[in-house]
Design a protein around this ligand. Structure first.
Ligand SMILES: [Zn+2]
Length: 117
């Protein structure tokens, strides 16, 4: 009875506790394996803690992604507005459409011409 393992214990009927030899063997086996069970429990608790931590981190990251996606949407709308404005101005001879320095010069020239009139 000194070499009890989970396999050899499988055949025993634990519902009959009035076998002193079996009860003692079971007690010894449990004592020997108690530290292993405790280690398993600690490992499982640690894994659970890490899973919860990871899930919380994922939730935070998803919230950040959502916020960044909203910012990108606003930026895209602003860029589209800017392009609409630049497209309303004649193209730059050197750089073509949407040349900002040319657009600034073009607006200044238009304003100056308006004041001269
Ligand atoms: Zn230009």
């Amino acid at each position: 009875m000194s070499d009890l393992t989970p396999e050899t214990l499988q055949g025993f009927d634990f519902s009959i506790p009035d076998d002193p030899a079996l009860a003692e063997a079971l007690r010894l086996w449990m004592f020997r394996h108690a530290s292993a069970w405790e280690a398993d429990r600690k490992e499982r608790d640690e894994l659970r803690r890490r899973v919860i931590e990871r899930l919380e981190r994922n939730r935070e990251l998803n919230a950040q992604i959502e916020a960044l996606a909203k910012e990108i949407k606003v930026d895209d709308e602003l860029l589209a507005e800017r392009d609409r404005l630049l497209d309303a101005i004649p193209a730059c001879e050197a750089h073509g459409n949407r040349c900002v320095p040319h657009a600034i010069e073009w607006v200044r020239a238009a304003l100056a011409a308006k004041e001269e009139r």
